[in-house]
Write a protein that binds this ligand. Structure first.
Ligand code: HSE
Length: 297
């Protein structure tokens, strides 16, 4: 018995929501085949598209799968094939796609014994392997779809939020690799009350904008006073790309996950495509290779 799983890419943080906000992309993702077998344990039998380890303990899908098995009374195992389209280190949740695809497929094949929130806790162990920290802001939207807010980590409390119907994301990936673990190390560990006030004002504004379909409010709330000023230094042309996207009509823009991808939200497909062209022109001028895509949220 087997299942083919689509594992969506995700934009984490969404500017102001470091480690708590994320959104799944409809059009970008990996594929995975999960097969139920008698042999105990998890075997990664194939990885196509990227060089990734096949050893279960070194592969994020393997680690997430082992967590699932630990919590389950199922005595058999699973084989996993990964068809990777998301580049690792690109900032759109490559490890989260693999971790969640594995546990979602396994859960499905056993008749869904676990809730989505329980699956998030298993997949978070894959994130721990990939980035040293078990953050849930990519795995939660990959499992729930649309936007998610991690209201609390202990206990884990995931709040799903439906995306407004005309919201599109443009994501450009300059072809450099940034490891999440590295880009976490450079962050400050303390912040001023003044900065915190600005940040939670924006988090609240963004959630309200999403729930009220208020695109202008969504745009105004896409600000990050904590992480973006530090991490953007690692991304060539960040400010120019961001400004170009706003000039082209985007509601707002920021770093996708831990970068180097840059995302912009737009109202409607037409603007999102114009934003893609404007962002691409910047990297054409600077002479940096990139991938760019537009996705409905
Ligand atoms: N919240 C994580 C970070 C997401 O920004 O480090 C990584 O994709």
């Amino acid at each position: 018995e087997k299942i083919k799983v689509f594992c969506p890419a995700t934009i984490a943080n969404i500017s102001c929501g470091f480690d708590v906000l994320g959104v799944a992309l409809d059009a970008v993702g990996d594929e995975m085949v999960v097969r139920k077998v008698d042999k105990k344990g998890i075997s990664i039998t194939k990885v196509v598209g990227q060089e990734l380890p096949l050893e279960t303990e070194k592969n994020v899908a393997g680690v997430a799968g082992l967590e699932f098995l630990k919590a389950s009374d199922y005595s058999g195992g699973f084989e996993i094939e990964i068809y990777k389209k998301i580049k690792p280190g690109s900032g759109i949740g490559s490890s989260a796609a693999s971790s969640t695809g594995a546990v979602w497929g396994m859960n499905h094949l056993l008749g869904n014994p676990f809730s989505k929130t329980e699956l998030v806790t298993f997949a978070m162990e894959g994130e721990r392997l990939a980035s040293d920290v078990a953050h849930a802001d990519n795995v939660a939207p990959a499992l729930f779809g649309d936007f998610t807010l991690v209201r609390s980590y202990t206990p884990l409390d995931i709040v799903p939020i439906k995306a407004p119907s005309e919201l599109y994301a443009t994501v450009i990936h300059p072809q450099i690799e940034i490891k999440t673990s590295d880009s976490r190390k450079i962050l400050k560990t303390t912040l001023s009350m003044e900065t915190a006030i600005k940040q939670w004002g924006n988090v609240g504004g963004l959630i309200a904008g999403l729930l009220q379909n208020d695109y202008e409010l969504i745009g105004r709330s896409l600000e990050d006073h904590i992480v973006e000023p530090i991490r953007s230094i690692l991304i060539p042309g960040f400010d120019i790309v961001k400004n170009a996207s706003l000039q082209a009509g985007a509601l707002g823009a920021g770093i996708s996950g831990s970068g180097p991808s840059i995302f912009a939200f737009s109202k409607g497909l037409e603007i999102a495509q114009k934003v893609a062209i404007a962002m691409a022109e910047v990297y054409d001028k600077i002479g940096i290779e990139y991938d760019v895509h537009v996705s409905k949220i």
